[in-house]
Design a protein around this ligand. Structure first.
Ligand SMILES: [Zn+2]
Ligand SMILES: [Zn+2]
Length: 309
């Protein structure tokens, strides 16, 4: 069979029907298609929030028409009170059809919900056979004013989840906001330098990112549609320009971060969906002068490696 030729393209000329629908129904479409054999994944989203938040208007993943080159997503169950949804959303037929994998943990902002029975629940739920492939997202978030007791409680919950990930030898998803230095120190304390770590939605400095990357061989950096915003900060631009491609994970953190660019089938201005991980790839390709095909291929294999898919 002839190999599908995929040319590098100026994304302004890429058919947006392709990017969303995986194929173009127009017989004489004047625009470039990148090819159906190029797959992409959303390495981090929240289907539990998408289906329960009022602003998402009764979103149903089943009803979402995803592009044929959408290779799957990793949904994080990080709110303990919503862990029960894991069984509803991850029915075997869903897993097969939509390629949904999941993680389970306790978000730093939900430290009040964390206790030993939640930790035990996480331990029981992490089972590769049922598509639960990692622990998290967990971590530290000092972005709003946090009192010292909150810092301590967040650190306790984070430490306990890292200890569990180390003991079970499963990947961990880390949320780190305005707490890069202390997160770096804690990871060093709890995990070995080979552990698989998804540092998700990274918005810290390039210098600390480089320390994470050089210290942890299997740490990858997640970028979201924050990078597609028109008012993106120069710090974030610096990150996009400095993430090595072999460390890149595309993520939507859906329902957060509605894309600022127009690919991926906008359903709403109120929330994003997993199909819009393509928007991150498009922006990364534009800013780094890389082939879109290369960004999609390598970030997909990074995601498969991270979660052993
Ligand atoms: Zn997060
Ligand atoms: Zn998240």
């Amino acid at each position: 069979m002839a190999e599908q030729v995929v040319r590098d393209v100026d994304v302004r000329s890429v058919c947006s029907d392709f990017l969303y629908d995986g194929s173009c129904s127009r017989m004489m479409c004047p625009r470039t298609h990148i090819g159906k054999s190029i797959f992409y994944m959303d390495s981090h989203c929240h289907l539990d929030l998408l289906t329960t938040w009022d602003k998402c208007g009764g979103f149903q993943f089943d009803k979402l028409v995803l592009p044929s080159n959408f290779a799957g997503c990793v949904t994080n169950f990080a709110f303990p009170r919503l862990h029960y949804l894991l069984h509803d959303l991850l029915k075997p037929e869903q897993l097969m059809r939509k390629k949904i994998f999941s993680t389970v943990g306790c978000h730093p902002k939900k430290f009040r919900e964390f206790n030993m029975s939640v930790l035990h629940e996480i331990e029981c739920l992490v089972l590769k056979e049922s598509g639960v492939v990692a622990i998290g997202e967990c971590g530290l978030d000092f972005s709003n004013h946090v009192q010292s007791f909150e810092v301590e409680r967040q650190k306790q919950a984070f430490g306990a989840q890292m200890r569990l990930a180390a003991g079970k030898n499963v990947p961990i998803v880390i949320h780190c906001r305005d707490a890069e230095e202390i997160t770096f120190e804690m990871i060093h304390q709890y995990l070995d330098t080979q552990h698989k770590i998804h540092l998700h939605c990274y918005t810290g400095s390039v210098s600390v990112m480089n320390r994470f990357i050089s210290s942890f061989k299997n740490l990858k950096i997640g970028l979201t549609n924050i990078i597609t915003k028109h008012d993106v900060s120069s710090d974030v631009i610096d990150i996009v320009r400095n993430v090595p491609l072999d460390r890149l994970l595309l993520e939507t953190d859906s329902p957060h971060f509605v894309p600022g660019n127009n690919y991926g089938g906008r359903l709403s201005t109120m929330f994003s969906h997993p199909g819009q991980a393509i928007n991150v790839a498009v922006k990364f390709h534009q800013m780094n002068n890389l082939k879109l095909k290369t960004v999609l291929n390598i970030s997909t294999s990074n995601c498969k490696y991270m979660y052993d898919l």
